[in-house]
Design a protein around this ligand. Structure first.
Ligand code: ADE
Ligand code: ZN
Length: 357
């Protein structure tokens, strides 16, 4: 049953609209967002003009029309091609700061963003150009928007382990600007164990470890066991297929490992928002979280992801809060900062604070 309010909105007696507002205003952490995946079509257009990069599209709308992804490789092809417009420190600053502005309107208070240095150094862009631009935006976002962040450097798994090791070495002078390392790009025939040495070395430098375990990829369950047993990851990015293996679910929940699930992105790749899988993870005590992945491409920031998954799975308010709480619990921050965020969330839930974007 729905009734129409004076302002014309439909208020469902189930409280769907109220839950959407509750999600919108809830303080959140985002732990799985690729900065290059926040490059909006208008910005691609503007940067192409500014950097004299030829584009085959006549307008930002035409760029969106080309977003025809049906699987991971078809997405990655478009994602890497668009990056060609990123050239200067200012460009990396802008994508990062624009993302933070958007995140602020989504009431995100803490972020651990990814970046893909090899996708830039392989085009002749200096590592320092990339990191300096991102870091300047991180500092300004903290000062101006109150959003704290810690950066994760991803290696491209379809490139060699030698290239990953070389980039770990190049990153040495910037170590204080990184919290951890991740692994992304095309998973097919690129198992975690290919990068054992690189990740061991990263760990010895005090960096946290995470890896993409993308949904329904070939050999995904054995890749996930490698993440657990060979790499000893601190977190898993996505990880939906763990549900196929009870022993793996037990291991993940006993270790308290977080899973950064990306519902709208999953929908593009496997035509499902994976809402029932997310609920199963919560029921098994696994620390699942909701994230946007590549929001400019999948046309959905974090609140859209929460709302889509809530509606698809009819998730309760308690389940929504648990997902948000998990993100703060698995964040790579010290305990006092964690307690502060969790207290802010608890205050919000108990109605003590009514955050507005
Ligand atoms: N790079 C950017 N987004 C990615 C994703 N969802 N999976 C793997 N690599 C990525
Ligand atoms: Zn991702």
């Amino acid at each position: 049953m729905a009734r129409e309010t004076l302002i014309g909105q439909h208020v469902h007696e189930s409280g769907v609209l109220a839950l959407k507002t509750f999600i919108q205003n809830m303080p959140k952490a985002e732990l799985h967002v690729h900065l290059e995946g926040t490059l909006e079509p208008e910005h691609i257009f503007e940067l192409a003009r500014r950097n004299s990069v030829a584009l085959e599209y006549k307008s930002p709308e035409k760029i969106i029309e080309a977003y025809d992804f049906t699987d991971l490789p078809s997405f990655l092809k478009i994602y890497y091609a668009a990056m060609n417009v990123l050239r200067e420190e200012q460009d990396f600053y802008e994508i990062t700061y624009k993302y933070f502005e958007k995140a602020a309107t989504n009431n995100v208070v803490y972020v651990e963003p990814f970046f893909d240095p090899q996708a830039h150094t392989h085009r002749g862009i200096k590592f320092s150009t990339v990191v300096d631009g991102i870091h300047r935006a991180q500092r300004e976002a903290e000062a101006n928007l109150g959003i704290r962040s810690n950066l994760i450097m991803c290696f491209l798994r379809d490139l060699s382990a030698e290239s990953a090791m070389e980039h770990l070495e190049i990153s040495a002078p910037f170590r204080d600007k990184l919290i951890g390392v991740g692994l992304d790009s095309d998973e097919k025939d690129n198992p975690p164990s290919k990068f054992s040495q690189v990740f061991r070395k990263a760990r010895s430098h005090g960096l946290k470890l995470t890896m993409h375990c993308d949904v329904n990829q070939q050999d995904i369950v054995s890749h996930m066991w490698e993440c657990l047993n060979n790499i000893d990851v601190d977190r898993i990015d996505r990880g939906i297929n763990s549900l196929e293996d009870d022993a793996m679910c037990r291991e993940i929940s006993e270790r308290g490992l977080g899973l950064t699930v990306c519902p709208v992105s999953n929908q593009f790749i496997v035509q499902s928002l994976t809402a029932s899988e997310i609920r199963s993870m919560l029921e098994k005590g696994m620390k699942a979280t909701i994230n946007s992945d590549d929001p400019a491409y999948f046309r959905a920031y974090i609140n859209d992801n929460f709302t889509a998954v809530q509606e698809a799975g009819n998730l309760t308010r308690e389940e929504i809060v648990q997902l948000a709480r998990n993100a703060f619990e698995i964040a790579w921050i010290d305990d006092s900062e964690k307690r502060g965020y969790l207290q802010d969330l608890a205050n919000y839930v108990s109605g003590a604070v009514d955050r507005k974007p």
